[in-house]
Design a protein around this ligand. Structure first.
Ligand code: MLT
Length: 204
């Protein structure tokens, strides 16, 4: 499939972390974090296909915090097609995928969770702000979702993260919400909280 990505094979029976970087990032950004969370995991890291003044993103936006809904839906569907393809091409267990998204990547992962609620084993949303428009009938079910956020995040302000949390809760999400005192950057404390959550659900 014609899409820039990195695949690193891990242990065949371990989860596959699907990495979605933030605005202005690349497919390399979250690799070390993923290895810190689970050094035995398979890693599939995708480069965002939208360029905003040269900064890569996973879907287009109209302005800060205002998503291009049509593009978001298209990219969410494309992500599903890519995961289907990667599973066959690399021989990855299709039931092993866990999204790990940061900022814009976390928003795509949130959109994915609503569009395909039982497709992934779990989702790690670091500094998300919105899932875009969603279908009211969705039940997020038992799939564990971790949301990490910063008290002083000016790019994804706490009130937006809270609104997404409440929305996911309303749709029956199995949520873990973790705040840290920093801003938009991912902190070591936050990663430790992710790791603790991950070990609880995906230890073996
Ligand atoms: C987005 O557009 O996804 C959010 O505003 C976060 C970001 O700046 O990437």
């Amino acid at each position: 499939m014609d899409r820039i990505h990195i695949y690193k094979r891990g242990h065949p029976h371990r989860p596959t972390l699907v990495l979605l970087h933030g605005t202005g990032g690349t497919e390399h950004d979250l690799i070390d974090m993923a290895a810190y969370i689970d050094e035995t995991a398979n890693i599939l890291s995708l480069r965002g296909q939208v360029s905003e003044h040269g900064m890569l993103r996973h879907f287009a936006r109209i302005s800060h915090g205002v998503f291009d809904q049509v593009d978001l839906e298209r990219r969410t569907t494309e992500l599903k097609a890519f995961l289907d393809w990667a599973s066959t091409y690399y021989g990855i267990d299709r039931d092993s995928f866990i999204a790990l998204g940061y900022s814009n990547g976390a928003n795509l992962a949130a959109s994915y969770a609503f569009k395909y609620p039982h497709d992934l084993k779990g989702s790690i949303l670091l500094h998300p702000m919105s899932a875009g428009q969603i279908d009211e009938a969705i039940n997020l079910g038992n799939v564990p979702i971790f949301i990490g956020a910063g008290d002083n995040d000016e790019i994804c302000p706490p009130k937006y993260t809270m609104a997404l949390y409440e929305l996911m809760k309303h749709h029956n999400g199995n949520l873990t919400l973790s705040w840290h005192s920093g801003g938009h950057r991912i902190t070591k404390n936050e990663l430790d909280a992710v790791k603790k959550w991950y070990m609880e659900y995906f230890k073996s």
